[in-house]
Each structure stands twice: as C-alpha cells, then as structure tokens.
Ligand binder design. Structure first.
Ligand SMILES: C[S@@+](CC[C@H](N)C(=O)[O-])C[C@H]1O[C@@H](n2cnc3c(N)ncnc32)[C@H](O)[C@@H]1O
Length: 317
C-alpha cells in the first residue's frame, strides 16, 4: 500500500468545490489546506488550464498528497507552511496572483484516525493534537497546564460546550492526564448522564476545543482569509469549508467586510454606485447533500461560503 493509499480522507462537497472553480480564469489555485490532496486532485482533473499550489502544516499530509498528485507533474507544487503565510508561499513559487483559493478547515480523517497524533477520543494515544508535529506547544500544555478558568473558557468558546465549567474542574482534579482515552473518560464522567446521550460522543466538543486552542486555529483564520481575497485575480474565487459555528462566524464576517461596500442583493448586479471589488457568490452558506452526509459523517456540519473578485470591467465608482 502506498503512502497516498494509506491516507483515508473523503473530500467534503467535492463536486460543489469543482463547480466553484469551474468559472475562474486559468492559472493557479491555492489549496490552503492540502491534506491528502483530495480536493486538489478533483480540481486538477476538472480543468487542464489550472495548476494548484498546496499548503499544509502537517508533513505527513504533504507526503501523502505529493505521492497522490505526482502524476500531474509541474501542475502541482506544495509547501510546508501555515496558511496565513500564503503570500510568502506564493512569492517563493513566483505566483503573483491566484485564480482561486480553497480552505477546507480543521483536521483530516487521517489525522483523527492516527492514534499517536492524539486527536482522537476513540483511539488511545498521547495528549498531543499538534497539526505540525515539530511545534513545541501541544495539548499536554493545555490539559495539564491551564488553570481551571482558562480551560473552562476555551472549552466553552471553541467547543460550544454547556458543561465547560464542570469539565474543566474534572480535568484539573484528574491531573496529570497523559492518554487521550483517559481524557475522554474524565470529560464523559463530568457531563450529566442524560446529556451524554445526545449530540454524538460526549468528549467530542471538548477535544475540538483543545485542538483549536493548541493549533491557534481561529487566531490565524481572519488574516489568512483577507490575504486570500486580496490575492485573487478578477473572476477568481475564494471558497471556505467550515465545520463549526466559531469558524463559520469568522468567514461570514471577513467576507462581509470584503463585500459590504455594496448594499445590493448578492443575486443582482450592483446598482448602488459603491466600488465593489468582491461579491458573495451566494447569500447563504451551502450545505452538503443528504446523500453525502449519509456516506460521510464528517460532512454533516460542513458549510461552504464563496466570494468572487469582480471582473475589472464591472468595477465602477
Ligand atoms: C480537512 S483537512 C483537508 C483535506 C483536503 N481538502 C483533502 O481533500 O484531502 C485540513 C488540512 O489542513 C491542514 N491545516 C489546518 N489548518 C492549517 C493551517 N492553519 N495552515 C496550514 N495547514 C492547515 C491540516 O493539517 C489538514 O491536513
């Protein structure tokens, strides 16, 4: 089995993503969250006049994507970086502007399913959760280092967890916690029994919150989206797939900021006289089909938002 075959991850809303980039000008699409390269492969297959520059902060993902996408030769290149450094990565690859940019946020199924990465509440591993395994800061610093107030705050904010305070108290009392399955047990026991039976695994929201904290996921996102919107050429598009409300709020906010000079409905051409350089491709987030959700649980919380740079001849003031 090759390194690419070993990388299990079904690209979410694959056909919708291909559709998003079907109208963009020829050139380079930046895949800011390359993962196993599933979306990139679909984009490269869909149009021979597009190349993809991929970014990931996870060396394992870059290796798997490199193997999977080798057959595209020079149409594909990749870099190990955080996605807020997209401009530097573009400069390194002599890419002046983009035809599109894609962010498929969060972790891949491969990261979740690899026990020793420590992302999973189901598989036993160290309390780690670093997307970039060379980083010095891990879930151990959060789980065994944060005081109760700070822990409760991140579990509530990043996990939308209503029992955050009880969970934080239980974690502090059970220290040191070194294995993911021990952490999952402590979290589960802290949640009142009736509430444990709804909303998926009881530890899911707390694990998500700790992972977001360890990787600074929400801190990096706003500037990365702004940079991507600035980097796309007229007719180019920025698409973002989010998986929880905190991420989606940020995307909505940054897209509104980029488009709000115009007060016209997104379905109509601008008539208000504002200089509009970016438009929402759709007023609302698109959700995956029921069929897709039935076949891929991870897709169930996905929301896709897209903006397009307005073509030069449409700009007016
Ligand atoms: C959901 S997976 C992407 C899967 C990919 N679209 C596919 O079809 O295979 C997200 C990937 O983005 C990477 N990632 C998340 N946040 C990142 C960041 N701030 N900078 C760079 N890579 C990031 C993760 O390491 C992970 O491999």
């Amino acid at each position: 089995m090759s390194v690419a075959d070993d990388f299990e991850h079904q690209p979410v809303m694959r056909d919708e993503i291909v559709d998003v980039f079907s109208t963009v000008p020829p050139g380079v699409v930046l895949d800011a969250t390359l993962g196993g390269g599933g979306h990139t492969e679909a984009i490269l297959e869909s149009r021979a006049d597009l190349r993809v520059l991929g970014i990931d902060r996870d060396h394992t993902a870059l290796k798997a994507a490199g193997a999977r996408l080798e057959r595209f030769g020079e149409r594909f290149a990749a870099a190990h970086a955080r996605f807020d450094a997209l401009r530097e990565v573009m400069d390194d690859h002599e890419v002046a502007e983009l035809s599109g940019a894609l962010f498929d946020l969060g972790v891949s199924s491969h990261q979740l399913d690899t026990a020793d990465r420590g992302f999973s509440y189901r598989h036993e591993g160290p309390v780690d959760m670093r997307m970039d395994s060379s980083g010095e800061w891990s879930a151990d610093d959060v789980v065994n280092g944060y005081d109760e107030d700070r822990l409760a705050d991140i579990i509530e904010r990043h996990g939308d967890e209503r029992f955050a305070r009880r969970i934080a108290r239980a974690i502090v009392a059970a220290r040191p916690i070194e294995r993911t399955t021990d952490l999952a047990e402590v979290v589960t026991a802290a949640i009142p029994a009736p509430a444990r039976r709804t909303g998926g695994h009881p530890a899911k929201r707390t694990f998500q919150a700790i992972r977001i904290e360890v990787n600074g996921e929400l801190d990096i996102l706003p500037s990365a989206i702004d940079r991507a919107v600035e980097a796309v050429a007229p007719g180019g598009r920025v698409a973002v797939l989010t998986y929880h409300s905190g991420e989606d709020r940020i995307v909505k906010d940054r897209f509104r900021e980029a488009t709000d000079r115009c007060v016209c409905p997104p379905e109509l051409p601008c008539i208000c006289g504002a200089v509009q350089t970016v438009r929402l491709v759709r007023g609302h987030a698109k959700r995956p089909s029921a069929d897709e959700v039935a076949g891929n649980r991870r897709a169930s919380s996905a929301r896709l938002r897209v903006v397009e740079r307005v073509a030069a001849e449409e700009e007016h003031g």
